[in-house]
Design a protein around this ligand. Sequence first.
Ligand code: NAI
Length: 332
Amino acid sequence: MKITVFSSKAYDEQYLSAEARDHALTFVGARLDATTAAVAAGNDAVIAFVNDALDEDTLTRLADLGVRLVLLRCAGFNHVDLAAAERLGLAVAHVPAYSPNAVAEHTLALIMALNRKIHRAFNRVREGNFALDGLIGFDMKGRTVGLVGTGAIGAAAAGIFKGFGCTVLAVDPYPSEQLVADGVRYVAFEALLREADIISLHCPLTPSTKHIIDAPAIALTKTDVMLINTSRGALVDTRAVIDALKGGQIGSLGLDVYEEESDLFFEDLSDQVLHDDVFARLLTFPNVIITGHQGFFTHEALSAIARTTMDNADQFARHGTPVHPVTQHMNR
Ligand code: NAI
C-alpha cells in the first residue's frame, strides 16, 4: 500500500522504515489536519499520531482523496471522530498495548523526581549549592497509591508500586482478578480520592472521564496529595489543579500530558514566546514537573509501535480489516 506518515520526526522514520515491508511510506513533518490532508492524495492509508486533528473535516478530505485506512501509531483514539470515520467508510486502527512498561516506568520517574526533588537538587549541585533545605521527601514504602484505570499501563504500574511496598487502591469499571489476587484493592472513586497519597491516572479520555479530576474531586483528596497524569491532558481540569497547587491541597503534580498540548508538544519552541498562560503558570511551581508526552518514548515501545502499525496495514491490505480496529462503541 501507499501510506503517508504525518507529524513525522526522525525517530518515526527510523523505526517505521525498519518495518515498512512491501509498503511505500512517505514521511511528512506536517501535522495532519483538513489542509495538510491533501498530501495523502493517491495513498491508501495515513499513519497519524496523538495530536493530529482527525475531526470530521480531515476525515472527509482523506476519504475524498481515496484514503481507506487511518493507522494510529498510538493507543489513545480520543482525537478521532469515529462516527464520521464509520459514515465515510474509513477503517481506523490503533496500537493497543505496545509497551505498557514504558509509560508505567515514566510514571514512576515523575513520582520519584517529585518526591525526592531531583529537579531542584540537580540544579543546586551544579551551582555548588549543597544545602538540603526544601528537599525533604517521603518513603514510598507504606504509602497509599490510587490508580484510576488498571488496563495494561495501570496494571504495570500496580506491579511497580507493590514492589515499593505501597498499598495500591484502584478504580476501574472492569476490575482485574489478577490484580486483586496480587493485593490491589478496588474501591469507589471517592474512596480512592480520600485515601490516596499519590493519585495516578491511567484511564482513557472519553466523554465520561473528561475532567475526572476537577475542583469537587480535588476537594476530597488528602491535603498535600501528589497527582500524576501520564494518560491524556483533558482528564484533569488544569485551572482547578492550579488553584489547588496555590492553596496547597495538591502537594505536587507530575504531567506527561496537557489539555492543550497539541499547540506545544513535540516541537522545539525554545526561541518563541509562550502564549499559553495556563501552561506558563504551571511552569512557575517548584513542585510541578512536566514532560512533553514522552511516556511512550523507549526503544522497545517505538519498535513495537512500528511493528503493530505495519501489522495493521498488512492485514487490512490482505483481508480488508486491521488487526486492531477502533470502533465507535469503544469510545464511551
Ligand atoms: P487500556 O485500554 O489497557 O486500559 C484502560 C483502562 O481504563 C481499562 O481497564 C478501562 O476499563 C479503564 N477505564 C475506563 N474508564 C474508566 C473510568 N471512568 N475510571 C477508571 N478506569 C476506567 O489502556 P492502556 O494501554 O493502559 O492506556 C491507558 C491510557 O494511557 C491510554 O488511554 C492513553 O490515553 C494513555 N497513554 C499515554 C501514553 C504516553 O506516552 N503518555 C502512551 C500510551 C497510552
